[in-house]
Write a protein that binds this ligand. Structure first.
Ligand code: SF4
Ligand code: SF4
Length: 381
């Protein structure tokens, strides 16, 4: 049995659901990537601006590299019916942290390769931790095509899979690149609630809910808040509408199974989480990444979008949250929900609030009430 087949089999035994091999040669997409970064589409993800030379050529990352072994691991979890008072978490993030799961499997696969090919084999393995243009490598290795929604898509398995790679000096048997099957479809482009695709195959991350809810450390731009709906960590919409994800199967890997506490959690409970409760809820889970203040910011936006008057008392209590970022978004949420109780709470908070960022949001929220009153008065006249 060839070494390539042995590695392929071992990877499957370890739970990888896709594996392909491609030469570790320079990537044509590096120029597109540099342009994408220059356009500002990476937002605050400044780490994406670094090591462009290594991204272009895997041999600069792993000297002597000949092969990139690209691996995929399915993560799909069915999404339960939702309602406005419950938040949605992207389905990759409702179980254990995939970095931890995949890193262990990669270490095992690497150990197997050293045993099988010889201890002097050189290489490194990565899951989201290195400057690698992994989607292009994986496309070249036959794992799928770069879709108009910028996800990698496989005709049979759809797009709900993580990517990882091993770059090594071994010479192995190579796969054929996957051709594009998007055709004339535009479903993902049409469905995106924040218009995050300036053109097909290009994502402006600064408008994407995944970026806004996870990577952005500051205030969410006001014009994008309503588009976030009840997504509180990530967003699956452009994958859900893709015809190649028509009948996704739940991932076989048990670590990714949705935790019941993260399947549409109650927004009213989440906005009340203190530090300990937050850490308990997201232990070994990826949704802890924005930290408590970023996560509660997202929850406040979702409550503002809920249209649910029963959220008002809980939001009023959250106007006293210790984090200015949370208070600012709670003020916005109260402005969206409206009503006398909300207005009085905003006015009261304005008398004591010292943070400029929060004061601006309180004043903006009160402007909405003012405008409504003006409209009503004008209508009566
Ligand atoms: Fe748009 Fe959501 Fe896809 Fe981001 S993840 S591009 S917000 S549909
Ligand atoms: Fe391609 Fe259509 Fe899927 Fe978008 S929804 S990635 S256009 S097949």
């Amino acid at each position: 049995m060839s070494l390539t087949t042995q590695i392929r089999r071992k990877a499957r035994d370890l739970g990888f659901t896709a594996i392909g091999f491609t030469p570790a040669t320079p990537l044509a997409g590096a120029q597109f990537y540099a342009h994408w970064v220059a356009m500002g589409y990476a937002g605050q993800m400044h780490y994406l601006e670094k090591y462009l030379d290594k991204r272009e050529d895997p041999r600069k990352l792993v000297p002597g590299a000949r092969t990139a072994i690209c691996l995929g691991m399915d993560y799909y979890q069915p999404s339960p019916e939702t309602d406005p008072l419950h938040g949605q978490i992207a389905c990759y993030a409702r179980g254990d942290d995939y970095h931890e799961v995949i890193k262990k499997r990669l270490a095992e696969l690497w150990g197997f390769m050293l045993e099988t090919a010889g201890a002097d084999t050189q290489g490194r393995y990565f899951v989201d931790t290195a400057p690698v243009l992994e989607r292009e490598l994986a496309q070249r290795a036959g794992l799928g095509w770069w879709g108009k929604n910028t996800c990698l898509i496989d005709k049979r398995r759809g797009s709900y899979f993580f990517l990882a790679e091993i770059i090594t000096d071994l010479e192995l048997d190579y796969d054929e690149p996957a051709p594009d099957h998007c055709g004339t479809c535009t479903r993902c482009l049409d469905a995106c609630p924040t218009d995050a695709f300036p053109e097909p195959y290009v994502l402006d991350a600064t408008r994407c809910i995944s970026y806004l809810s996870i990577e952005l450390k500051e205030s969410i731009p006001r014009d994008l808040r309503q588009g976030m709906g009840n997504w509180i960590f990530g967003c699956d919409i452009c994958q859900q509408v893709c015809p190649w994800n028509r009948k996704p199967e739940p991932a076989p890997e048990p670590s990714y199974k949705s935790r019941p506490t993260l399947d549409n959690p109650s927004l009213l409970d989440l906005i009340q989480l203190d530090h300990d409760a937050f850490n308990d809820l997201f232990r070994r889970n990826p949704a802890k990444r924005p930290k408590r203040k970023g996560f509660l910011r997202n929850v406040a936006v979702a409550l503002g979008n809920s249209g649910a008057q029963e959220a008002i008392p809980v939001l009023i209590a959250a106007l006293d949250d210790e984090e200015p970022l949370v208070r600012a978004h709670v003020a916005w949420a109260l402005g969206q929900l409206g009503g006398n109780e909300a207005r009085e709470a905003l006015v009261k908070r304005l008398t004591t609030e010292e943070e400029a960022e929060v004061r601006v949001e309180l004043e903006e929220a009160l402007t909405i009430f003012h405008n409504i009153r003006k409209t009503l008065t004008t209508t009566k006249v």
